[in-house]
Design a protein around this ligand. Sequence first.
Ligand SMILES: Cc1cc2nc3c(=O)[nH]c(=O)nc-3n(C[C@H](O)[C@H](O)[C@H](O)COP(=O)(O)OP(=O)(O)OC[C@H]3O[C@@H](n4cnc5c(N)ncnc54)[C@H](O)[C@@H]3O)c2cc1C
Length: 381
Amino acid sequence: MPLVEPSPELAELRPAIRRFVEDRLEPLALEIDRSGEIPAAAWALLREQGWLGMLLPAEAGGGGADLGTYCLVMEEVARSHRCFTLLLDATSGLTPLAIHRRGTAAQKEKWLKGLAAGTLRAAFGLTEPEAGSDSAAMRTRAERVEGGWRINGRKHWISGGHAADVVMVMAVTDPAKRARGGIAAFLVERGTPGFEVTRIDTTIGSEAIKLGELTFTDCVVGEDALLGGPGDGFAIAMSSLASGRLGVSAACIGAADRLLAMSVEFARNRSTFGQKLADRQAIQWMLADSAAEIEVARAFLYDTLRKAVAGAELGTATSICKLTCSEMVGRVADRAVQIHGGAGLMRGFPVERFYRDIRHYRVGEGTSEIQRMLIARDLLR
Ligand SMILES: Cc1cc2nc3c(=O)[nH]c(=O)nc-3n(C[C@H](O)[C@H](O)[C@H](O)COP(=O)(O)OP(=O)(O)OC[C@H]3O[C@@H](n4cnc5c(N)ncnc54)[C@H](O)[C@@H]3O)c2cc1C
């Protein structure tokens, strides 16, 4: 168990959450890896625990949990498989949260209960082939037509985009303004004429999460598809991404913690030249460095979460968390593979899977370079 806890109340919850993850989710983690699919049982178990839609309010069918509790669950499920964290995120994260914060009563009524229960799926459509980190350079356009908007453009690498019932699509409404009031967010339903899934990609690690390329060709949506005002989309997207950084940070801590536990176990059991690896100073120092880095990152995350729950202004603290935690888990994973030797590179050993999965954290939801840019911009303002 960690040296620091988010609060005495959450510390009490941790052992039961961990037991559930180890007993019930871990067998599914192995299945996800073998099949490359997320079994229905994974959704069912998370639903049974009340972990789907945790951050949404009870009246929207959610769990009404605060960010601290959500991140505790995120951290613990990440000790088993990254895919579980993505199910939490899909039902409480970018798009559901944006609908909760900015949706009309009708939009909330239409989407939130199903999204919170995991019976409807949402995706977040920001990235384009020519606009990743520089998302305001997007080319997707939305023009006013009678009774609504006509969308033209292409989004790629959209997690779960191929299977989503609704995609939150960011599109330029005023090219002169772009990020400063010229981008809108639309809730585009699957099956809308002109909206097509044109390719499905898979990535290194977490192959069960497929990425869709989405094409919009004269795709006409009603005024009721607009989330917020016609110039609010960029701010809505950025605000969702900022909240998401704390969940990602918690997932990094959980993955790092498991990698360290596996490394300790391996070092205790593996002998070379007549001595346990655990008795070698070279190995001990790797374990100690990982433990120290995990605890420091964890302490800063928990402090930020306490401030978030108290309603404090977080500034660049979310970027500092995301940068620190995602870079930290990269180093911990690298050491874990080194300690495991060849076993660390073998398919079927969890450490190999974690090594692939955690590589996403330095890229997704704002790369490390973009987090540094945000932190430096604030320092130099
Ligand atoms: C598995 C996966 C899932 C994804 N899911 C989604 C999703 O659901 N929805 C969605 O909208 N997008 C999604 N994405 C896209 C993801 O958000 C982008 O890949 C990410 O934002 C980076 O954009 P890019 O890949 O175009 O890299 P680029 O922006 O082209 O950057 C390339 C490199 O240059 C660096 N760089 C860029 N600009 C600067 C700068 N100013 N200074 C210094 N360095 C810089 C970057 O940090 C990176 O290292 C997903 C991507 C992956 C891999």
